[in-house]
Design a protein around this ligand. Structure first.
Ligand code: NAD
Length: 329
């Protein structure tokens, strides 16, 4: 039985990844500051620990009889949506906390057989994302580097850290650059949520004919990838002999205004949009999937609308629960 350690197993992608690995027959240990928020973890073992401390990472990597983990999935990071990443208020936390975790796992390379690292589309330079009709970000465009956030700089540093580790120690590494992953059981309120979840929440709270607020003019474009496709990409990459970094993202880009209208249509509500100042990030960001097709013979193709239907249904349920709790209070 293969054994995997999932760091960040209490988070959105990590908790789904644990479920996926269990379905594939793995023995899984999860590690995170917190348990998953919306469902019980499927991990065989779960350590509630702070991975910024080397001794906690060491503890997470111990198996009976000195056995090594077959795979470490390093997803733990201090992150959030635009409201968290782009205001500047959390820059030190974002850089320091995530880098510290990655330095620890690079230091402990002798304790596992292979490591997967979750990087981000945020590594790409601002200059190649000025056009809302962005034709897509190819992996080699990451250099010369000029990410638009400290979050992106930390990801780029940690990509290089793990690539150096592989070069100097021979421990295999797989690196993916995720592009806006969304789906049920993701953060949907509180300030760390991403655009798809925030829009679903606003629409779910709105009555027919209401107005919701959108940051900026809403003409900025993004592509969003449904969680199941992200997991499929991770697993295919880890099983392959390709190191990456490689994009795991959708090529179906959409403006934020149209995303809001899509959600309104799914909800069956007429919704007006009011544009307000707010952090918006780059003007256009889309995935370009030539490399993943070439190396893995696969690329995501699940339609955005289907993913948004599932996500809206889940967020609507959460909103209804919240309203009911308030009424009972
Ligand atoms: P998430 O915030 O839901 O999960 C990250 C988890 O890391 C959280 O549960 C958090 O508690 C944990 N964590 C943070 N600091 C920790 C610490 N010191 N010790 C232990 N655990 C700690 O985020 P996610 O959306 O599931 O993202 C997972 C990974 O994928 C992250 O590395 C993120 O940067 C990357 N990524 C995500 C997206 C996306 O769209 N969701 C896009 C690009 C990259």
């Amino acid at each position: 039985m293969k054994k995997a350690l999932v760091c960040g197993a209490g988070g959105f992608i990590g908790s789904h990844l644990v479920r996926r690995l269990k379905k594939e027959g793995y023995w899984v240990r999860g590690a995170d500051l917190k348990y998953p928020e919306f469902s019980k973890t499927d991990a065989d073992d779960f350590l509630k620990i702070d991975l910024r401390y080397l001794e906690n990472c060491q503890k997470a990597l111990v198996l009976p009889g000195g056995e090594k983990f077959d795979e470490v999935y390093q997803l733990a990071a201090d992150m959030g949506g635009a409201g968290y990443i782009f205001t500047g208020e959390h820059d030190l936390a974002v850089m320091h906390n995530s880098a510290q975790i990655n330095l620890n796992f690079a230091h402990l390379y002798e304790k596992y057989k292979k490591l997967f690292y979750s990087s981000s589309a945020c590594v790409y330079p601002q200059e190649v994302q000025m056009d809302p009709k962005n034709p897509g970000l190819k992996e080699e465009m990451a250099y010369p580097a000029h990410p638009d956030s400290e979050y992106g700089w930390e990801k780029l540093f940690s990509e290089r850290l793990y690539l150096s580790m592989m070069r100097n120690t021979g421990v295999p590494v797989r690196i993916a650059r995720f592009h806006n992953i969304f789906g049920p059981e993701g953060t949907w309120e509180g300030g760390k949520e991403k655009a798809p979840a925030a829009i679903c929440r606003k629409v779910a709270y709105a009555k027919d004919g209401d107005t919701i607020e959108i940051w900026g003019d809403g003409e900025q474009t993004r592509s969003f990838l449904y969680i199941d496709e992200c997991l499929e990409g991770i697993r295919r990459l880890v099983e392959s002999d390709f190191t990456g970094p490689v994009n795991i993202g959708s090529e179906e880009d959409i403006t934020i205004n149209n995303l809001a209208l899509m959600v309104a249509e799914i909800a069956g509500k007429k919704i007006n949009l009011k544009h307000i100042p707010g952090p918006i990030g780059v003007r256009g960001r889309n995935s370009e999937n030539t490399l993943i097709k070439e190396k893995l013979g696969w690329a995501p193709n699940y339609p955005l609308k289907k993913g948004m239907e599932k996500t809206y249904a889940w967020i609507e349920e959460q909103v209804k629960k919240k309203i009911q709790e308030k009424d009972n209070y």
